[in-house]
Design a protein around this ligand. Structure first.
Ligand SMILES: Nc1ncnc2c1ncn2[C@@H]1O[C@H](COP(=O)(O)OP(=O)(O)OP(=O)(O)O)[C@@H](O)[C@H]1O
Length: 264
């Protein structure tokens, strides 16, 4: 479970460049919730994920995960609770290490990492079985360097690695945005499968309203650092892109540049 209480985040506070990125966000995300997060550019989506992951500390408010107050915890300390997948497939893996070495590192998430002598054969078999489930042939390429993989293969591997040790929280920061539509769809389906299988508590930022509606059990729309919409269950299931847009305009009372949200 994630609990955010009165989160306020400024950038460059007190200067002419001051940005009020998160405006008193209070939010409780229950165990097993899969939340899609949408909002226009600069709405505060990544900042919100960063406040949860520890990339930024809030100026005010508290963050708790699984009952632990992690507000003052640095990012590395939160890593035992949180896994994060970014837009750039290059960020989640080490390109100069092999697939099995990357997976062996992922298996140590949040633990003290030493220089391993090599991957044990028992682990290798486990990795092979896990990779087989992706259906991408990576189970035959354990000794290939990750830098040789395509963006989609790499992002699939990153998803697997991020969830090898079940995280308390999975943060997906536009993790399919850099992929072609077909691959993006495959990674989304893989995401859904993993999240459902492990009953993960997850937040997924997307610029695609259709994805925001069809994935997850809860949808949050941010604008100017505030939560404009928070829908779950049946309310979310029955949503259409048209509804979502009209809700947005209603709450705002103005037409905003939503082009990027409508793309694809
Ligand atoms: N490190 C930073 N330094 C200064 N300003 C920042 C920083 N990170 C974010 N901001 C500002 O905070 C606001 C919220 O940014 P954020 O990246 O959270 O938005 P977003 O909703 O993720 O946008 P996008 O969809 O464009 O990625 C923006 O005005 C942004 O310019």
């Amino acid at each position: 479970m994630i609990r955010l209480q009165g989160i306020v985040k400024y950038f460059h506070k007190g200067s002419v460049n001051e940005v009020f990125a998160l405006n008193n966000i209070s939010l409780q995300i229950d165990e097993g919730d899969f939340v899609t997060v949408i909002g226009s550019n600069g709405a505060g989506k990544s900042t919100l994920l960063n406040c949860i992951a520890g990339g930024f500390f809030p100026d005010e408010g508290t963050v708790s995960i699984s009952g632990l107050d992690v507000t003052g915890w640095p990012e590395y300390k939160r890593a035992r609770l949180i896994s994060r997948v970014f837009q750039d497939p290059l960020l989640g893996t080490c390109p100069s290490a092999t697939i099995e070495q990357n997976m062996a590192l992922a298996a140590l998430r949040g633990k003290r990492r030493g220089l391993a002598k090599g991957v044990k054969s028992r682990d290798r078999e486990r990795f092979r079985e896990e990779l087989k489930q992706l259906g991408l042939g990576l189970d035959e390429r354990l000794l290939d360097k990750v830098g040789l993989l395509s963006g989609g293969q790499r992002q699939a591997l990153t998803m697997l690695m991020a969830t090898m040790l079940r995280p308390d929280v999975l943060l997906l920061d536009e993790h399919i945005a850099a992929l072609d539509p077909k691959t993006a769809n495959q990674i989304l389906l893989l995401t859904q499968e993993i999240v459902n299988q492990q009953q993960l508590t997850s937040l997924m930022i997307t610029h695609n309203m259709k994805h925001a509606i069809s994935f997850g059990n809860r949808l949050i729309m941010l604008h100017q650092g505030k939560i404009l919409l928070d829908l779950k269950g049946e309310e979310k299931k029955n949503l259409t892109v048209k509804d979502l847009l009209s809700e947005f305009y209603k709450t705002q009372g103005e037409e905003l540049a939503m082009d990027s949200l409508l793309l694809t």
